[in-house]
Design a protein around this ligand. Sequence first.
Ligand SMILES: [Zn+2]
Length: 793
Amino acid sequence: MRWVLALALLARLPLVAGSAADVARAIRENSFDRDECYRVRDLTLIKEDLHVYLTDGYLIFSKPVAGRPIAAVFLADTDGGDGEVMLLPPDSAERRSLATYIDSPNLDEHFRGAVFLFTGDVYDALKKQLPDNPANKKIPELGALMDEQWTSALRNLGAGYQTRLTLDLLGWPASRPGFLVAFFQGIKLGNFDVVFDPSSSEQILAGQLTTRDSRLYFDTWTSFAARSARLHPAPREPELSTRDYRIQAVVNEDLSLSAVTRVKVTPAAGGTPVAPFEIAREMAVTEATVDGRAAEVLQSDALRVNLMRGGNNLFLVVPPEPLRQGVEYEFEFHHSGRVIHDAGDRVFYVSARGFWYPMIGQQFVSYDLLFRYPHDLDLVTPGEVVEDRTEGDWRTTRRRTSSPIRMAAFNLGNYEHARLERAGYVVDVCANRTLERALQPRPQPILTTPPTAVMQRRRQSDLVEAPVPVPQTRLQVLASEVASALEYMASRFGPPALPQLTVSPIPGAFGQGFPGLIYLSTLSYLKSLPTSRDPAALQSELFFEDVLQAHEVAHQWWGNRVTAATYRDAWLMEALANYSALLYLEKRKGGNSVELMLDSYRAELLAKSASGQIVDSTGPIVLGPRLESSQEPRAWRSIIYGKGSWIIQMLRRRMGDERFFSMLRELMTRYGGKEISTEGFRELASQFLPPKSDDPKLEAFFEQWVYGTGIPSLKLAWSVKGKAPSLRLAGTLTQSDVGEDFSALTPVEIQVARGRTITRWVRSATDPVTFTVALSQPPLKVALDPHYAILRR
Ligand SMILES: [Zn+2]
């Protein structure tokens, strides 16, 4: 009776064990069902705004996975064969975005062939139409050929989406319609993708995988909420909410990181069979439990999806039984990987600064972080040190955060510290005791990871000419500068994300500000270079010595206390952080330094692209990360940081300083611990305009500078007529270099007596605009926009 026993054992195993892996494998190893091959005419596939017409050709479905076909291939190989895809973006901004890539505001493309991957009702919807046309018939003899020709493409594309498809096939979340991704071979546009993903906040996306200068990009042509979501917008609540992260991590001798992460997870809906998480691609999740019971983990590498998700991996946890609504579960993960890299001479580069542990979005949660690491190193994370001991070759440090934060980063090195306490906040600045190889007199290229945040082009010769710098020399200075910046910003915006702030070095020309922990370019630690008269060198100096660190300090508020609602609002965090850095620069070095930075941002925005257009015209700032496309790779940085700073500067000039600073304070009060959208910011900012302002809701301002593009040239001509005391100044403001509807509210300053000026705001237009000002005495000086109130050529 041995077989009975075996069956009994099997029956006791959880029903879903191995199911995610099985589903994913079936997707990767899928092939076509030769009996499901058809000659087809006039089939349509409609997903809300997306219309696909299989006008004339052959269609074959894949074999079933989890009970139903999940893929199909259409080929327009017949006489007069044709397929067509149509997508009409719902608003002018998305039509403009699409037009910058395909020279048309709407997608209407005929295609030779297409591969479809799907969950939900696509198979049934297509099959149902077959009897409608007598020309549609089964042709199994072609099935074999199509199967042979297309199976490897099916498997490649399937592998790229296996986690996403598996998530749906396991039943997450049951209430949503199915997912669809279509890969088209367009007649004019070449290969491109269209995605319909109900779990995304913008369900429809069209774009193209492409390379430029041997770097891979996913160009998002257009992305928007599908019709039903536009008509009935649903509140954006997380499906799984998390709290109370406890992470125990070991930095091994070989620098690999092994960690056990525990977190409490509560599902918003019942019967949740699978939980999706994100983690850096360098990290492998080897094991997971839910309330102490083994859960299945499915993790895979998927290039396209990762490019769209900002480089992180989607992975799935399948608990032994579906999660119940409102019940809190303890998830435990074992994960390890190479996220720490040796940059030479005991200087380290942490590549996965966020997402080195499993996360669901970025929710405000508390952290308890325990690290075990080689005793001759320092390891820094956010929060207050509650334990720090060395035993033999190992050091253990434990920290806890005193308030919820959005993510916990870490850094390590052989550090020298400078600690300062200022206004109740503790600043700990760490410097490497040695220089990474790249900064030593004979630089070697070591950094292969592209900098992701603020970066700058410092000429290599600057580094070579500099005397061998000792990082500690600037340590005390740096600590006091960071503390001053923190103190200044706290006085302006209120308390930061956490009362302790650690600043630690990262090899590279960029910085990144996480709650309680800042990564600062090692260049910021170097001894001051002699001040040069060359503006580029001076800007570089200002950037590394003042702006970068203050920018990262400012992220303690912008991005870590107030957060952006969606990728379209992310510009606001960068713009506010960078402008806060400029405010601090202004306080320390005066307005001229700020003007110098604004000049350099303007120059970057006015630089010509390969297409002959200026960088600014690549797209509006609200496109956020979509600006980092193959079209103009510089655009993202120039627009987010440079134009973003200009937008805040222009608002400041419209409001005046007092109202502007009240606005920033109110922004923090109203949105601390919350998300803000671009529209929410517009509404708040408009409340701080002086009474009776032109454009009182700032709608024209945002339309132009935030949702639109364009940098005008403005010219002022003026003359004075009449006799004192009844003089009349007549002026003409002429605008050029921008589109038809452009119009900028520009100040004209008339100095009538020493120290007394009249400011008249004049709105420019396509045609020259005239204005008059009554004066009692001749003006000493008339100036157009003398104080950087308008971004102009
Ligand atoms: Zn930033």
